[in-house]
Design a protein around this ligand. Sequence first.
Ligand SMILES: Cc1cc2nc3c(=O)[nH]c(=O)nc-3n(C[C@H](O)[C@H](O)[C@H](O)COP(=O)(O)O)c2cc1C
Length: 55
Amino acid sequence: MVIYFSGTGNSKYIADRIAGSLQEKLLCMNERIKSGNTRSVKTGENLIVVVPTYA
Ligand SMILES: Cc1cc2nc3c(=O)[nH]c(=O)nc-3n(C[C@H](O)[C@H](O)[C@H](O)COP(=O)(O)O)c2cc1C
């Protein structure tokens, strides 16, 4: 699974590319933070975290 946070879209672009080429699921942290969703996530064997430098 690829988990990402993106403010202006750069990290989203990279996360999309990584998830696409590795055939991994994609999870957007922005949506979960905004909705207050703190439930656990089943990531599978691989976990890739994509965030901007400021994060
Ligand atoms: C408040 C803020 C602080 C940042 N600090 C850094 C930094 O210290 N070093 C750096 O290389 N980029 C820094 N950046 C640039 C972002 O990391 C960069 O533009 C990134 O690609 C933004 O990703 P996003 O489009 O997924 O939000 C900063 C950007 C912002 C808005």
